[in-house]
Design a protein. Structure first.
Length: 178
């Protein structure tokens, strides 16, 4: 898997009139600076990791969505529950053929973060970290993450296997951390 090709594939799902990023580059996991390394370099759901890091539950906000038969994609932000503080931007492509109707319906309801839905339904899952990305924000990401244009943050591309099948492709970008 080429991480930049995977990044391009996911961002192509939701074309924007302004660039999402100015620059994106693959970096080795070992070169990821803290606290981003703790947030991104693991095989857990980002929902759980963000909740642990920020010390509170998170809410999902779906900015855009698309559905093509069993393929469901969405562009989201996560915020600290009860606030407007954005802590993560994400793009998700989910192949629903690998989960049951109840899981699909709860994901499409867009009320709960994806990782929490999978955990709540005890879907057999494994998160495969594909790559860590160093990201320089363009106007699109700067607006989504409430950060300055040209600011640097970090993200990851990953695949979640549901019931041993590659069901979900993800781009997850952390808001800048202190």
């Amino acid at each position: 898997m080429n991480p930049i090709e995977e990044y391009n594939s996911l961002t192509a799902l939701f074309p924007q009139p302004v660039p999402l990023v100015e620059k994106v580059e693959y970096i080795p996991a070992s070169a990821t600076p803290e606290p981003y390394k703790s947030l991104l370099v693991h095989d857990k759901h980002m929902t759980v990791t963000m909740e642990q890091y920020h010390g509170c539950p998170v809410d999902v906000h779906v900015l855009e969505r698309r559905r093509d038969h069993d393929l469901y994609s969405r562009k989201i932000t996560l915020t600290k529950t009860g606030t407007d503080k954005v802590i993560q931007f994400g793009l998700v492509r989910f192949d629903f053929q690998y989960v049951d109707d109840q899981v699909r319906d709860e994901i499409v309801s867009e009320a709960i973060p994806l990782g929490r839905v999978l955990i709540n339904h005890n879907v057999l899952r494994h998160v495969d970290l594909n790559a860590i990305l160093k990201v320089t924000a363009g106007p699109g990401l700067a607006e989504a993450l409430q950060m300055p244009e040209g600011g640097v943050t970090y993200g990851r591309v990953a695949t979640i296997f549901c019931n041993e099948k590659p069901a979900i492709d993800l781009l997850e970008i952390s808001a800048p951390l202190e």
